[in-house]
Write a protein that binds this ligand. Sequence first.
Ligand code: TIU
Length: 226
Amino acid sequence: MNTIPALPYDYPLPTSLDHLALVIIDMQRDFLEPGGFGEALGNDVSQLQAIVPQLETLLQTFRELDLPIIHTQECHEPNLSDCPNSKLKRGNANLRIGDRSAMGRILVRGEPGNAIIPALAPRPHEIVVHKPGKGAFYNTPLSSILQKYEITHLLITGVTTEVCVQSTMREANDRGYECLLVEDCTASYFSAFKAATIEMLRAQGGIIGWTSTADKICQKLSKALS
Ligand code: TIU
């Protein structure tokens, strides 16, 4: 069987790589650049930039092999009708969801700060899922998209590791998807939370899934199709 070196053991690839998707969670200016939602919550946003080069390489490999790519964006409608009051109020921040920042209204669909960073901008045929929650399945078409394209295996990347990335991986695992978290393509504002998330997801024999790194994945995928 074709596998990717991973922990807690090698990750079995699907028989056809068309069933494997790269999922890039919320690589948005709102989380990675000053003035957005991440900074409004009191975080140092600069550390999230560190994963961009590896993620670009992984994205490029998927593009070269013409494999499925799914980007997500955490965002809300301009009238905030899809934002629960609890989320709106949480954080005690000076700037809240919907407020005007230097990058437009915070976490609102279509605003400059809500865009995916230019280095990872989706191409026209790539799937973009707008999500109002932390997990990418809640109140989104993601389940039907995965079923439509017969995707069974997900390589999960993006920010932040312990919030939207972990929520999405848990949601996907419960729905039967074989999930692998790409360790050097995910970042947190808190390094201890990233480390803990990696440990807990792959504990107990891969209770939620696997973890590996971009170089191991790219090497294997390039070979698998050569
Ligand atoms: N605050 C935080 O760490 N993350 C979020 O609010 N959203 C995502 O993780 N995308």
